[in-house]
Design a protein around this ligand. Structure first.
Ligand code: PBG
Length: 338
């Protein structure tokens, strides 16, 4: 920085010059958000023409398959590349063994088959975890003390992932945090010929209180009761541990990794991207949606502006794509501003 000193009283540099007009702000913009970056999570229920509101997530509903197809078509038209399915299982189908999780005619499997038939170009991501199917609301099988059993759970997760791949899922996304599940699922898929089924590993999934509205939405909150997931999901205090989890999942064959929740964990996204440089996704979870929505509904925040800012922040932090309940709205806003 060998510069002729300016007369005293003038700043040597004026970063504001570049911000002075829109054209130079655009030229120096480092990150951009597009509909290509968005993945829309959707809650599905049995029935026809059914749409149920979720009290803690205004604007998000549970949809029966026929309405899911309409939603998928709308998302596809808006340029959203993929959706993530979350089935809401009738309490009568829940059990200690979570057998409904790998039923070839289960709700998730039927959704996948329908979607792939109607919209083959839309990426379908399915959740691999047992919480929608267990009578106790945990992500895995439990012993008599309520402890979530690792290896026994992994065996069921493999059956679940295989049933989703058989139905046509493009990406299976284990969100359960059992040890060794990525390797086990990968080898199950490979040995059954599903060599192109991608695995999106929820590698750094924290034991977060931001999941509350999701548990209402899928109806696992009542089953879980006062239970918690501290013995398998990560401690929000930890950061190095996230890198260990990600390294293991990559060694075991993950194609993409996920950090979850999103906004409070942007530091983890940045560390993950810097260290591994692999496709890195983030999940702006239900509680984050609820916060933004509540403030917007109260007129306290400008919804469009804060949502697009929050999603851009994910890009800046290093995520390639974001799962967000705002996917459709954001894609619409982005389309309008083009
Ligand atoms: C469960 C699962 C959860 C979410 C996605 N998959 C909740 C949990 O771990 O209890 C949360 C998503 C959200 O809050 O939007 N396997």
């Amino acid at each position: 920085m060998d510069k002729t000193p300016l007369a005293p009283g003038f700043p040597a540099n004026r970063p504001r010059r570049m911000r002075y007009q829109d054209f130079s702000r655009r030229l120096m913009r480092e990150n951009r958000l597009s509909s290509d970056d968005l993945i829309c999570p959707v809650f599905v229920i049995e029935g026809q023409g059914q749409q149920e509101n979720i009290a803690s997530m205004p604007g998000v509903s549970r949809l029966s398959i026929d309405l899911l197809l309409k939603e998928a078509e709308a998302l596809l038209k808006l340029g959203v590349p993929a959706i993530a399915l979350f089935p809401v299982i009738d309490p009568s189908q829940k059990s200690d063994t979570a057998a409904a999780a790998f039923d070839p005619n289960g709700l998730a499997q039927r959704c996948v088959r329908k979607l792939k038939t109607e919209f083959p170009e839309l990426g379908i991501i399915t959740d691999i975890a047992l919480d929608p199917y267990t009578s106790h609301g945990q992500d895995g099988l439990i012993d008599s003390n309520g402890y979530v059993l690792n290896d026994e759970t992994v065996a069921v997760l493999c059956q679940q992932a295989l049933s989703h791949a058989e139905a046509g899922a493009d990406i299976v996304a284990p969100s359960d945090m059992m040890d060794g599940r990525i390797g086990a699922i990968r080898s199950t898929l490979e040995t059954h010929g599903f060599i192109n089924t991608r695995i999106l590993a929820y590698s750094a999934k924290y034991a977060s209180s931001f999941y509350g509205p999701f548990r209402d939405a899928v109806g696992s909150a009542a089953n879980l009761g006062s239970g918690n997931k501290y013995s398998y999901q990560m401690d929000p205090a930890n950061s190095d541990e996230a890198l260990t989890e990600i390294a293991l999942d990559l060694q075991e064959g993950a194609d993409m990794i996920m950090v979850k929740p999103g906004m409070p964990y942007l530091d983890i996204i940045r560390r993950a991207k810097d260290r591994f440089g692999v496709p890195t996704f983030a999940y702006q979870v239900s509680g984050e949606y609820a916060m933004l929505k509540a403030a917007a509904l109260n007129g306290w925040l400008d919804e469009k502006q804060v949502v697009l800012e929050s999603l851009l922040a994910f890009k800046r932090a290093g995520s390639d794509a974001v799962l967000t309940y705002y996917a459709k709205a954001a894609a619409q806003w982005l389309q309008e501003s083009r």
